[in-house]
Design a protein around this ligand. Sequence first.
Ligand SMILES: [Mn+2]
Length: 309
Amino acid sequence: MSLFRYLKEVKEVWLTTHRHADIDAYCSVYALHKILASKGIKTKIYFPEDINDDAKRLTSSLPLESNEKFEDSSITIILDTNNPSLLSNISITKAIIIDHHPLIENSIRGIEFIDTNASSTCEVICRLVRKSKIKIEHDIALALLLGIYADSQHLALANDKCIECVYYLTRFASLDVVKNLLTNERNYMERIARLKAIKRAELYKVEDKNLIIAISMVGSYNASAAKALIDAGADLSIVGSNRDCYIFSMRASNRFHSLTNIHLGIDIASKISKNGGGHASAAAFTAEKDVSKDILSMLNNFKIEKIKD
Ligand SMILES: [Mn+2]
């Protein structure tokens, strides 16, 4: 089915995404809003629990007006998630889902444009747009490239089809601009969080495979801190912070995924918490208490030993 042909008769749609929208989520909302506007379809936008700091840095280049409250309407397009608990309790009668995350047990179902081989939702949108031969303006291409770059870790996770999308989009926007917008220097607090995560890390070893697991706690910036542990040499990192509840971010090296076949989003995050989910090598979840050690017992196919200080 063609998404845009389906929406032809529709006058107004709501666009929404997961809470704390990241760059891929924000940019996919931005791109789809602009594409639908060019076809005379009005959109209303709702970001549950606002957008994250990375996405906020893009709002001056790609400004969007969003609504404080969500109102259920005839059609809502959900971007970059299919997990109802990441939508902060809004109820949706009729959903179209455009996403690159795998479906889980209690996923929102509807008309689905889901490609789990895509590294970003912006890549999924790029293909939908190309199929429909829609004219791409500069800012739409810029948004799609930003989402693709951010979620593919600057193309490190990109496959052939993703590179094809990137090549197509560079006709309308420059990669230099994309890279400049994404290489904002990390602020002081983020750098402190990354260094504290390394300083406080407890290390474990997966016997026979020489895999290193690092568990740590920080005050904020868990996701960045979890990535810092991987960059420093860990194969699996679990970083928590304790605010209103415990929030955990996990990251895995490519080696971890290929040697264990564990998908962090499906096998760990969504099993340990109903507010959990994510990708093979990047996932997050919330919990009532510190459950970081429980993850070690979930890896019960492997012999894990603490590395002494
Ligand atoms: Mn995404």
